[in-house]
Design a protein around this ligand. Sequence first.
Ligand code: G6P
Length: 373
Amino acid sequence: DGLDLAEGESHMHREMHEQPISAERMLRGRLDARFGTSHLGGLNLDARDLRAVKRVKILGCGSAYYVGQMGAQLIEELARVPADAEAASEFRYRNPIIEPDTLYVAVSQSGETIDTLLAVQEIQRKGGRVLGLVNVVGSAIARAVDGGVYLHAGPEVAVASTKALTSMFLGFALLALQLGRVRDLSIADGQRIVAGLEALPGQLKEALDLEPQLADVARRLAEAPSLFFVGRVRGYPVAREGAQKLKEISYRHAEAYQTSELKHGPLALISPAVPTVALVPDDELAERNVGALHEIAARGGPLVVVTHAGVDLGDLETSEAVDLTRIDVPRNEAELDPVLMTVPLQLLAYHASLHLGLDVDKPRNLAKSVTVE
Ligand code: G6P
């Protein structure tokens, strides 16, 4: 890591490519392969406290909110504890119900986002307990929370978050493992996830090696006035994050949708002028996802499919009439795949911005951290 850039390099480019290293640092010393669990020193919660947790509520803004949705999904899958994420900027304005057996988690790269900090304070005022997933050591949120996990991503300068987001995801995976292993998660499943986490840094590198292909796709998509990003269940927050990145740094309109909801409205907008980036992991929903791609193709909508090598796209790939680009990302455990699928979307947004000649690191109207309401 470092702040010195090579000639012509942007912070975002540098930070994307630091992900294999920053992910490894995030995991270092925290995985327990023998017992299929994790060690997180700073939680200030023992096994009994963890067992008493009935619900998890995650709060963050922007990318931290979307990765919070990925984290909630992970926690529900591995620990079978009801979990959800909410935009911290909305939370305190709806007089939220604060429950003593809910574990609140505030997620923030900077640790200075005022909306997230005020949500933390509101929870604490009403007797709730908050953990932090924060990158900047000693920041306001890091100081305010009752315990937490540092992200160890190193300094992140580009407005569009990349390596911090990846470390946030890993933080949720570590937390989900711990919550799971004091409940129903078997040692074998715990070990399966630990092995998956150990493989992730190398696979992040492989995903980054897709850069030339994504640069090509970005050049083709950059001129589209509007795009859809679609995914289901695990893939939906990834789609939201991908659309957000594109909006932030390429100023293209992008809308994220649940693939399953396309037929309930947005299909009306699909045309050869409106490309769709679709997340189709090799999971139990793959066939249904491919079905939805047919609906898009039938209306002439160009497709970029972010998927795994095992997924059969059938005649979508062979038909001359269909404009489809396939991006195969490395495959991990299904629960951990979302983080690998964020990487091509980072590369897509980055190269779209570059192609359009925009300031990748400092997009107009946005700040790296928003410290006033
Ligand atoms: C700003 C940035 C976003 C970021 C969000 C949360 O809006 O433009 O890129 O995701 O703040 O920042 P944080 O530091 O709390 O993660």
